[in-house]
Write a protein that binds this ligand. Structure first.
Ligand code: ATP
Length: 916
């Protein structure tokens, strides 16, 4: 017989589980060994070899291979056909160097992919789902992958069911199992055994891995885990952390492709010029010109860009995770940097979510409660120092409550919603325990809390009588109330209602979270069959709780930082307007200058166009429902804002999806909300959002700086060669007209070593001190917007001319071809090494400490020294065509190339020219 055909009792018996205690540790281990872990095997990743070989299929490699082949042909021709011994060896070295370059490129690409894969896997690991489980008699939340067969679990609205289960207790439970049955609607679940054989879709007492709880709640025993679940049988892996290409990556890939086409054009043009200049069409001149042109063209492509980009984005994601911001796709790193509005909820994000009832109003009397936190030690006193025991308010607070508090080794271990824990603690302070109350009562139905109703109820049977106990937002409960419990009598007058409203207003103005409790007697028929609306009405309101939930201290600073960076912070909460205003004022989110607090009921009255007019001047929304959040997001987006929106409840998922960055709470958020989010706050803290925005901005600016530097080098290289081809038309002393400004291998050296290594460390740069003072970036604008293009062009052109002039100067000075090229080479190398410090500044080189990025300083030193060494060491002299220079010339080529950078920055500094 299958589990759905068994009774609850039999199922528990078969799996040896105690319904009230769950499994013990030994049983957990034994069951894990026996039935396996709750993990569905992952799709096999590409092997290392495959990843390595993939790098050889890039178009750029094919072009490089072509260049190497041409160099070989040239070598072969001169060496074997013309039999010119000694000549043509440069072509051989060139071919070998190009092959080496291809290999180094492949190794770099391989390393990049492996490290990105590792980081993404680590992020995936952190993005685990959690499930409420009962073990050794204590409820706690554990990673779903640690569940075992036989575990007792509890699922609530918004939870994913993480294994195959048999329900043993349900309350208004509805589940969506579209992934297995194709049925889009939610299906009612109960605990009755089924005596016939039915399909999965009809097994109403079973829950299946991957389903979502759409309503109510249930307790179940796990009957299948991991690959033994129905999902496991059909599992196509559902990847939660995506390695998809981001918009920026796509743009840059396109840019690289365009540059590659331009480079091919360069090949043809330079080939034509080369032939015209050499005056003859021999195979020798053809092959050497062609191979130099191709090597030049290929070397001038910023081919490291895509690799660096994905590394920098992945590193950014890892950095964020270390600061407790877990992003789900790399594109969010980019969007975060452009965020202009942060809509945050209050409870738990801006406040500590450590709730304690400090005041309450019961039967018309006000009480003060001492003792903070979850320890049930504290006193309750009214003005006459009297304590009221056994009141309907306290009974409702304790019974209509799913939280638990256990004392473990003298420490209090709590489980459940902090608002309910606070009421539970209050009950214990008054000597009222749920277990004790349940000795003479039974909870027969639970109507769970939803942020739309803002209420929760339980239906209780006491002997033959039935009662409903409801708690929830006071305004709503009071609206559903028929009478008020004042001094042991029921009062339906407006005066009685007023006295409750006054208490609520008073508590809220003191920044207390308020909650009302009510009850009424029900008939047996109502208790069992009536629907929620018919039950939660005509209540007797028995009291009001005032709960302190202190603001998080660090939020004030974060709000200030965000204000400076022109990011607006908006509080959007389900709580009372006055409580929201008090906390928002305290945190600097609300000021008298703002429009007043906007309530959900106000939003309801407005059309979209009217709301559009309001959203830019409103900073606090209270008593909102998830639908209101979605409307606010949409209207802000109509203003062109990039909106980040937080949420924790199940109904928040659509608003999170609508936002540019949906943010879910890692600790208190429902699993479905986390699933729809782009960013998960592992610590639920608002400050984490601010930190993530800062990292997002830094990454973007580092990528921009990296591109600035790379493109400047490319322009300088191409231009200096072109100037040589066009203008170097008469022999100058020892340097002939066919001598290019730089040899192909010199260019390869610049691109692979002296330029690549320093600019790579730009990707890891720290944020500029003013990064959080700038306006949010326009996400539609190009990465080279805001005059980055003009700065690249101006610097690249100046540097290109400088290299060419250095070459001509060397020729006129009487140097030979190799020496003149060496002068040009070192001018280019050092010109770029000085420029790299400028490329990392949004303003000028004089505004940023050049030693701020230690990696960069080391990289520059390495690049500088090794570039001089290749002009001294004989082996490199032969391979690269370099030659040793005199000390004075070395001094000149190291320091004079600083002038373009220093002068250009100086002019910008003095005249503040934007395009400069
Ligand atoms: P935020 O939206 O900032 O997280 P919130 O927690 O107040 O704030 P909701 O969760 O939508 O927002 O709750 C709205 C109101 O419902 C609360 O102010 C409170 O009065 C009431 N409430 C919250 N939790 C419960 C609960 N477990 N049972 C009954 N009522 C609740």
């Amino acid at each position: 017989m299958e589990f759905y055909q068994q009774t609850v009792k039999n199922t528990l018996g078969i799996l040896l589980t105690d319904e009230r205690k769950g499994l013990n540790n030994n049983q957990v281990e034994a069951n894990r060994t026996k039935y396996g872990a709750n993990i569905i095997p992952q799709k096999k990743e590409d092997s290392y070899i495959k990843i390595f070989l993939k790098n050889f299929s890039e178009p750029i490699v094919i072009v490089l291979l072509g260049a190497a082949l041409l160099s070989f042909i040239s070598y072969y021709y001169t060496h074997f056909v013309e039999k010119s011994m000694g000549h043509g060896s440069e072509s051989l070295y060139e071919a070998i160097a190009i092959l080496l370059l291809i290999f180094i490129n492949a190794v770099l690409g391989f390393w990049q992919e492996i490290s990105a894969r590792k980081s993404l896997n680590a992020l995936k690991e952190m993005n685990s789902r959690y499930t409420n489980v009962l073990r050794d008699g204590i409820w706690s939340k554990i990673r779903s992958q640690d569940l075992v067969v036989g575990d007792i679990i509890k699922s609530e609205v918004g939870d994913f069911i993480e294994a195959d289960v048999r329900w043993i207790e349900t309350s208004e439970l509805q589940v969506i199992e579209t992934h297995l049955t194709g049925e889009p609607d939610s299906i009612n679940k109960d605990t009755e055994e089924i005596t016939t054989t039915v399909d999965i879709g009809d097994r109403s007492n079973m829950g299946y891995s991957g389903s979502i709880v759409a309503n109510g709640q249930g307790i179940a025993i796990i009957v299948g885990t991991g690959e033994h679940t129905e999902l496991g049988h059909i599992a196509e892996l559902i990847q939660s952390v995506e390695g998809k290409k981001t918009p920026l990556q796509n743009t840059i890939n396109k840019l690289t492709k365009t540059l590659m086409m331009i480079s091919l054009g360069v090949v043809l043009v330079s080939l034509v010029f080369g032939i015209i200049k050499s005056g003859s069409i021999s195979i020798d001149s053809m092959t050497s010109t062609l191979s130099t042109s191709i090597a030049l063209a290929v070397a001038s492509i910023p081919d490291a860009l895509p690799a660096v980009l994905s590394i920098v984005l992945t590193i950014g994601a890892t950095k964020m995770a270390r600061k407790n911001g877990l992003i789900k796709s790399l594109s969010s790193v980019e969007t975060l940097g452009a965020t202009s509005y942060i809509c945050s909820d209050k409870t738990g994000t801006l406040t500590k979510n450590e709730m304690t009832v400090v005041k309450y109003y019961d039967n018309g009397i006000e009480y003060d409660v001492s003792g903070l936190g979850y320890s049930p030690e504290g006193e309750i006193k009214d003005v006459n120092n009297d304590v009221l025991m056994n009141s309907e308010f306290l009974i409702g607070s304790v019974l209509c409550n799913d939280s638990t508090i256990e004392s473990v080794n003298g420490k209090y271990k709590t489980f459940g919603n902090p608002t309910e824990i606070a009421l539970n603690v209050l009950g214990q302070k008054a000597g009222m325990f749920k277990n004790e109350l349940l000795k003479s009562r039974e909870i027969i139905r639970t109507l769970p809390f939803t942020s739309n109703r803002k209420m929760m109820s339980v239906i209780v049977k006491k002997q033959d009588e039935y009662f409903i106990y409801t708690k929830g937002a006071p305004e709503i409960l009071i609206e559903h109330g028929k009478s008020f419990l004042l001094k042991n009598s029921l009062d339906s007058s407006l005066h009685a209602k007023d006295s409750f409203i006054k208490v609520v207003d008073y508590y809220a103005s003191k920044a207390l979270r308020t909650l009302a409790v009510g009850y009424r007697k029900l008939s047996a028929e109502e208790a069992i069959n009536a629907n929620i609306q018919d039950l939660e009405c005509n209540l007797i309101i028995s009291g009001i709780a005032g709960i302190i939930d202190p603001p998080r201290e660090e939020v004030r600073t974060s709000v200030e930082i965000l204000k400076k960076s022109n990011i607006k912070v908006v509080m959007i909460t389900g709580d009372h307007a006055k409580t929201a205003q008090a906390i928002a004022t305290d945190l600097g989110i609300f000021s008298e200058k703002n429009d007043g607090v906007f309530k959900g009921s106000d939003i309801e009255k407005l059309t979209d166009d009217q709301l559009f007019e309001k959203v830019l001047t409103t900073s606090v929304y209270a008593r909102v429902s998830p639908e209101h959040k979605q409307r606010v997001v949409k209207q802000l987006q109509r203003h062109g804002e990039i909106v980040a929106m937080t949420g924790d409840g199940v109904n928040d998922a659509p608003a999170l999806r609508a936002a540019d960055i949906g943010i879910a709470m890692g600790i208190t958020g429902s699993e479905i909300t986390k699933d729809s989010a782009d960013l998960i706050l592992l610590d639920d803290k608002f400050t984490t959002i601010e930190k993530s925005v800062e990292i997002g901005r830094t990454i973007f600016s580092n990528i921009k700086n990296f591109m600035r530097h790379e493109l400047t080098t490319n322009i300088a290289e191409v231009l200096s060669l072109f100037l040589g081809l066009i203008f170097f038309t008469t022999q100058i002393k020892e340097v002939g007209v066919s001598t290019p400004t730089l040899t192909a291998l010199m260019i390869l050296w610049v691109n692979m070593v002296s330029d690549a290594i320093p600019s790579f460390s730009l990707g890891y740069d720290v944020a500029e001190s003013n990064i959080m003072e700038e306006k949010p970036r326009d996400p539609k604008a190009s990465i080279l917007a805001n005059y980055t293009w003009s700065r690249v062009l101006i610097r690249g052109i100046v540097m290109g001319f400088a290299v060419y002039f250095a070459f001509v100067w060397a020729a006129q000075y009487g140097m030979n071809s190799n020496q003149a090229q060496t002068v040009a080479f070192l001018t280019l190398v050092f010109g770029q090494l000085w420029h790299v410090f400028d490329a990392r500044c949004s303003k000028t080189i004089y505004r940023r400490n050049p030693f701020g990025n230690k990696k960069l300083v080391l990289a520059v030193m390495f690049a500088g020294i090794s570039s001089i060494l290749v002009t001294v060491i004989p082996f490199f002299n032969t391979v690269m065509g370099t030659e040793r220079l005199s000390f004075i010339v070395y001094t000149m080529v190291v320091f004079l190339p600083a002038l373009p950078t220093l002068i250009l920055s100086g002019v910008k500094e003095i005249f503040d020219i934007k395009i400069w």
